[in-house]
Design a protein. Sequence first.
Length: 313
Amino acid sequence: MGGQYTGAMTASAPRIERSFDPIALAQVLSRLARRPEPAWLHAEVARRMSQRLEIIRMQPERLIEWWPGLGGSGSILAEAYPRAERQWVEPTQAWQERTRGLQPAWWRRTPWSRSAPDVLLEENLSDTPEVPLIWANMMLHAAVDPLAVLTRWHQLLSVDGFVMFSCLGPDSLRELRALYAREGWPSPHVDFVDMHDLGDMLVQAGFADPVMDQEQLTLTWPDAPALLAELRQIGGNLSAERFSGLRTPRWYRQLCEGLSETASTNDRIPLTFEIVYGHAFKAPPRVPVRSETTVSLQDMKGMVRRARTTGGR
C-alpha cells in the first residue's frame, strides 16, 4: 500500500506539538552509537529511497548526508554520485567518532572517487558552503522540532538544490500501540508526524514543489523476543509519557504474551512500519512586489541593450 501528496500545501503549517523527551533521545543515540552497523530496516529504506533519485536530473558536485551512521546510505550515495564531494553530519561526538571509524567499510573507492568525506557535527555547520543535495534517511522522526530541521536544511542548500528524506509515519507500530492501549500502558513511542503536515512544514521552511508519498512495510518475526530485540536496534521510546521506571520481568512476559497473540496463521508476529518519503527544491528568492518601484537610468539602459541583443526575448 502507498499514497502520494503533492501541490496545494499551506504556507503557514501549524507547529506540531509532540510529547518528546530530548533526554531519552540522547540515551538512545548513545546506545545506538555502540552498534557496528545501522538497522536492517534503515538500510532497506535507503535502498528504496535511492530509487527516487531517478527523478532528479541534477548531478550534484557536493552533498550532505544527515546522520549517516543511523541512515546507512553511504555506499548507495557513493555509487549514485561517485564524483561528488560528500560531507557527513552527525548529531553527537560519539556518532562522529563511530562514523569516522566505519568509513572504509562504507565507501567503495573508485579511480574517479574523491577523498573520504568529512564528518561534521550539527553544531559546527556555520561555515559550511551551500550544497546542491541534502540526504536524510530515517532520522526526521527523531527530531525534537522537525520544522527547525527543515529550515536548517533550506539554509544549507544552494538555489535549485534539493532535499530528499525518509522517516516513520503515524501508522507505524500500530500493533504495538494497540497492545499498549489494551493493557492500559503509556505510549510505546513518540508521535510520528503525518506526511501532509511534513509537506506543509517544507513550504513553511521555504521549499518549493514538495512531493510526499508513503508506503507500508510489514515485517514478521518468529517470536516476541526476536521482535523486541530488533526493535531496540531501530531506536527507542522517545515519548515523555512513557513509563518512567524500570519494567519488571513479569511485565516483559506479559508484553511477549500479548505480542504472541497477534501472530498470523504462519505463527509469525507482524509489525507495521509506515515509511514517509519527501523531496523538495530550494527555489530562487522572490523579489518583493512594492506599490512603487524605482529603477536607475543605468539599469534601464542595460535592460534596453539586453532586449535589443536578445531580440526582445
